[in-house]
Ligand binder design. Structure first.
Ligand code: HEC
Length: 109
Protein backbone atom coordinates (compact mmCIF):
# COMPACT_ATOMS: atom_id res chain seq x y z
CA UNK A 1 0.00 0.00 0.00
CA UNK A 2 2.73 2.44 0.96
CA UNK A 3 4.71 1.66 -2.18
CA UNK A 4 1.67 2.15 -4.37
CA UNK A 5 1.09 5.54 -2.80
CA UNK A 6 4.73 6.49 -3.35
CA UNK A 7 4.53 5.49 -7.00
CA UNK A 8 1.32 7.39 -7.49
CA UNK A 9 2.50 10.60 -5.86
CA UNK A 10 6.12 10.79 -6.96
CA UNK A 11 6.84 8.50 -9.87
CA UNK A 12 3.79 9.08 -12.04
CA UNK A 13 4.25 12.88 -12.35
CA UNK A 14 7.94 12.33 -13.11
CA UNK A 15 7.12 9.93 -15.93
CA UNK A 16 4.46 12.24 -17.31
CA UNK A 17 6.96 15.08 -17.23
CA UNK A 18 9.58 13.13 -19.17
CA UNK A 19 6.95 12.17 -21.71
CA UNK A 20 5.91 15.80 -22.33
CA UNK A 21 9.45 17.05 -22.75
CA UNK A 22 10.19 14.28 -25.23
CA UNK A 23 7.07 15.22 -27.15
CA UNK A 24 8.14 18.89 -27.08
CA UNK A 25 11.61 18.01 -28.39
CA UNK A 26 10.05 16.04 -31.23
CA UNK A 27 7.80 19.01 -32.07
CA UNK A 28 10.81 21.35 -32.18
CA UNK A 29 12.63 19.06 -34.63
CA UNK A 30 9.57 18.56 -36.81
CA UNK A 31 8.72 22.27 -36.59
CA UNK A 32 12.15 23.28 -37.87
CA UNK A 33 11.71 20.95 -40.84
CA UNK A 34 8.30 22.45 -41.66
CA UNK A 35 9.68 25.98 -41.27
CA UNK A 36 12.66 25.45 -43.57
CA UNK A 37 11.34 22.88 -46.01
CA UNK A 38 7.66 21.84 -46.05
CA UNK A 39 6.19 25.36 -45.77
CA UNK A 40 9.35 27.32 -46.66
CA UNK A 41 8.59 30.04 -44.12
CA UNK A 42 12.36 30.50 -44.26
CA UNK A 43 12.12 31.91 -47.78
CA UNK A 44 10.29 34.96 -46.44
CA UNK A 45 11.35 35.32 -42.80
CA UNK A 46 14.47 35.82 -40.73
CA UNK A 47 14.55 33.41 -37.78
CA UNK A 48 17.98 33.05 -36.25
CA UNK A 49 17.26 29.69 -34.59
CA UNK A 50 16.36 28.23 -37.99
CA UNK A 51 19.27 29.96 -39.75
CA UNK A 52 16.83 31.62 -42.17
CA UNK A 53 17.38 34.98 -43.84
CA UNK A 54 14.29 35.63 -45.97
CA UNK A 55 13.25 39.28 -46.01
CA UNK A 56 9.86 39.35 -47.74
CA UNK A 57 8.06 39.31 -44.38
CA UNK A 58 9.01 40.66 -40.94
CA UNK A 59 11.97 39.34 -38.93
CA UNK A 60 10.28 36.85 -36.57
CA UNK A 61 12.94 37.38 -33.90
CA UNK A 62 11.84 40.97 -33.38
CA UNK A 63 8.05 40.78 -33.82
CA UNK A 64 6.49 42.12 -30.63
CA UNK A 65 3.97 40.00 -28.76
CA UNK A 66 4.50 36.95 -30.96
CA UNK A 67 3.05 33.84 -29.33
CA UNK A 68 1.62 30.42 -30.19
CA UNK A 69 -1.91 31.74 -30.82
CA UNK A 70 -0.80 34.66 -32.98
CA UNK A 71 1.38 32.41 -35.15
CA UNK A 72 -1.44 29.82 -35.44
CA UNK A 73 -3.78 32.58 -36.57
CA UNK A 74 -1.61 34.10 -39.29
CA UNK A 75 -0.37 30.72 -40.61
CA UNK A 76 -3.97 29.49 -40.86
CA UNK A 77 -5.47 32.60 -42.47
CA UNK A 78 -2.47 34.32 -44.09
CA UNK A 79 -2.09 38.08 -44.50
CA UNK A 80 -1.21 40.12 -47.59
CA UNK A 81 1.59 38.29 -49.42
CA UNK A 82 1.73 35.56 -46.80
CA UNK A 83 -0.16 32.44 -47.92
CA UNK A 84 -3.15 31.09 -45.92
CA UNK A 85 -1.55 27.72 -45.17
CA UNK A 86 -4.66 26.44 -43.38
CA UNK A 87 -7.45 27.79 -45.56
CA UNK A 88 -5.65 26.80 -48.77
CA UNK A 89 -4.79 23.37 -47.30
CA UNK A 90 -1.07 23.81 -47.90
CA UNK A 91 -0.43 22.46 -44.40
CA UNK A 92 -2.54 20.16 -42.20
CA UNK A 93 -3.89 21.43 -38.89
CA UNK A 94 -1.31 19.30 -37.10
CA UNK A 95 1.55 20.75 -39.17
CA UNK A 96 0.31 24.28 -38.39
CA UNK A 97 0.21 23.47 -34.66
CA UNK A 98 3.75 22.08 -34.80
CA UNK A 99 5.28 24.94 -36.79
CA UNK A 100 3.52 27.49 -34.55
CA UNK A 101 4.87 25.75 -31.46
CA UNK A 102 8.33 25.82 -33.04
CA UNK A 103 8.21 29.53 -34.00
CA UNK A 104 6.72 30.63 -30.65
CA UNK A 105 9.48 28.76 -28.81
CA UNK A 106 12.43 29.79 -30.96
CA UNK A 107 11.75 33.42 -31.91
CA UNK A 108 14.25 35.79 -30.32
CA UNK A 109 16.57 32.96 -29.26
C1 HEC B 1 5.66 34.37 -49.45
C2 HEC B 1 6.31 34.87 -48.25
C3 HEC B 1 5.89 34.32 -46.90
C4 HEC B 1 5.87 33.01 -46.49
C5 HEC B 1 6.17 31.76 -47.29
C6 HEC B 1 5.52 33.04 -45.08
N1 HEC B 1 5.32 34.34 -44.67
FE1 HEC B 1 4.89 34.93 -42.78
N2 HEC B 1 4.62 36.83 -43.45
C7 HEC B 1 4.90 37.27 -44.73
C8 HEC B 1 4.56 38.68 -44.83
C9 HEC B 1 4.72 39.56 -46.05
C10 HEC B 1 4.05 39.06 -43.55
C11 HEC B 1 3.48 40.44 -43.16
C12 HEC B 1 2.05 40.47 -43.56
C13 HEC B 1 1.44 41.86 -43.43
O1 HEC B 1 1.59 42.45 -42.35
O2 HEC B 1 0.84 42.29 -44.40
C14 HEC B 1 4.13 37.87 -42.70
C15 HEC B 1 3.76 37.84 -41.37
C16 HEC B 1 4.01 36.77 -40.52
C17 HEC B 1 3.82 36.79 -39.08
C18 HEC B 1 3.28 37.96 -38.27
C19 HEC B 1 4.36 38.91 -37.92
C20 HEC B 1 3.80 40.14 -37.24
O3 HEC B 1 4.32 41.22 -37.50
O4 HEC B 1 2.86 40.01 -36.45
C21 HEC B 1 4.19 35.56 -38.62
C22 HEC B 1 4.18 35.10 -37.18
C23 HEC B 1 4.58 34.77 -39.76
N3 HEC B 1 4.48 35.55 -40.90
C24 HEC B 1 5.00 33.46 -39.69
C25 HEC B 1 5.16 32.64 -40.81
C26 HEC B 1 5.32 31.21 -40.75
C27 HEC B 1 5.40 30.38 -39.48
C28 HEC B 1 5.39 30.78 -42.04
C29 HEC B 1 5.47 29.35 -42.53
C30 HEC B 1 4.39 28.47 -42.15
C31 HEC B 1 5.33 31.95 -42.90
N4 HEC B 1 5.18 33.05 -42.13
C32 HEC B 1 5.42 31.91 -44.29
C33 HEC B 1 5.42 36.52 -45.76
C34 HEC B 1 5.52 35.14 -45.76
Amino acid sequence: MKIKKFLLIFVTPLLLNIQTSLADDAKMIKGLEIFNETAACAACHVLKAAGSEGNVGPNLDTVEGLNYDSVMDIVTHGLGVMPAFGEDEILTKEQIEIVSFYVANSAGK
